[in-house]
Design a protein around this ligand. Structure first.
Ligand code: TPP
Length: 340
């Protein structure tokens, strides 16, 4: 896919939108009234690693599926979830993707082919396999992209999923966003391999190591991985190295991360790298950047304020959209009709 100026600018716009939206989530969490909070839970942000979800989601085509992790805000935006829907989700509003039943990143959207987030780290890899097996069985020309962190990559279910996908040559691209820490545990205390992508050899599949702060590199490698899995050559394990430039959640100040480590990564901020590339390669100026920031800021401000005005879920709607529409007494449980 040609890297046109429009494509480069679009990728940058998604990076800026993701950062601005999540910064707003953070400031709401920090400044809200504890007795009447707008955001009931916490925020799990992707500061510093936005290039992974933005770049990878850009490689998806219409019928492809996304099995998300908890730092994939960029992918949601690329797939067309609106900032207002995201804020409604954070605020548990009836207008949210879960109609107010859940909060923060705990949602999916089948219309947009996004599998619901699974809180048990690594479990989405296994469900991604199920989706991919169905696609392969039906002969669909599509694949599943699933992402998880370095910590999740140590889960047994992830190893089993990679092995299973390898044996049955399932069309899945597994992306590890290696952001240096699993909550407060640094990578050197998590695994002994140099690169997590090296594990691919053990499963007999292709492994790719990518600079996770370079959105164009992520995008191009995800496209390559897509072609590979759709050619029936088996799954791909792609490791994107990056750094989580915030705490695990908005409740965590990340005091356990050495200052010099943060400073080194700040120089490689994905937004900064992409902006430098735009200035160098196409007609993009400081002025254009300021205009973009203003536009995105306005969009995000309008989105959270509109979401905040919406009402919460109603008790009488509790059973709608759960399991099945219609009269639950008609549902046949293992051959027997049961009244609930
Ligand atoms: C099976 C399981 N174990 C533990 C947890 C608690 N937990 C939530 S996030 C997290 C850290 C995940 O680290 P990583 O996979 O590296 O992702 P990151 O948060 O760095 O993006 C843990 C241990 C969980 N949700 N599921």
């Amino acid at each position: 896919m040609e890297l046109t100026p429009d494509l480069l600018k679009t990728l940058y716009r998604y990076l800026v939108t993701t950062r601005t939206l999540e910064n707003r989530v953070a400031t709401i969490c920090q400044s809200q009234n504890a007795n009447d909070p707008l955001i009931v839970g916490k925020g799990y942000l992707s500061a510093g690693q936005e290039a992974i979800s933005v770049g990878a989601a850009h490689a998806l085509r219409q019928g492809d599926w996304l099995a998300v992790g908890h730092r994939d805000m960029g992918a949601h935006l690329v797939r067309g979830i609106t900032p207002q829907e995201i804020f409604a989700q954070y605020f548990c509003r009836a207008t949210s993707l879960t109609q107010g039943r859940d909060e923060n990143i705990h949602f999916g959207c089948t219309d947009k082919k996004i599998l619901g987030f699974i809180s048990h780290m690594g479990a989405s890899a296994c469900v991604a396999n199920g989706l991919a097996a169905a696609m392969k069985y039906r002969g669909d020309p599509n694949f599943v992209l699933t992402t998880f962190g370095d910590g999740a990559s140590s889960q047994g279910i992830v190893h089993e999923s990679l092995n299973y996908a390898a044996v049955f040559k399932l069309p899945v691209v597994f992306i590890i966003n290696n952001n240096g820490y699993a909550i407060s545990t640094p990578v050197q205390e998590q695994f002994a391999v140099k690169n997590l992508a090296d594990r691919a050899a053990g499963y007999g599949i292709s492994g790719i190591l990518v600079d996770g702060n370079d959105v164009v590199a992520v995008y191009q490698n995800a496209l390559k991985a897509r072609d590979h899995v759709l050619a029936g050559k088996g799954p791909v394990l792609m490791e994107c190295k990056t750094m989580r430039m915030c705490g695990h959640g908005t409740h965590d100040s990340a005091g356990y991360v050495p200052r010099d480590e943060i400073e080194a990564w700040e120089k490689r901020d994905p937004l900064l790298l992409m902006k430098e590339q735009l200035v160098k390669e196409i007609d993009f100026t400081e002025e254009a950047d300021k205009k973009l920031s203003l536009e995105v800021n306005e969009l995000i401000e309008a989105a959270w304020q509109a979401a905040a005005k919406a009402s919460g879920p109603r008790a009488e709607d509790l059973l709608t959209g759960v399991y099945t529409e219609g009269n639950l007494s008609d549902v046949n449980f293992r051959g027997r009709s049961r009244m609930l």
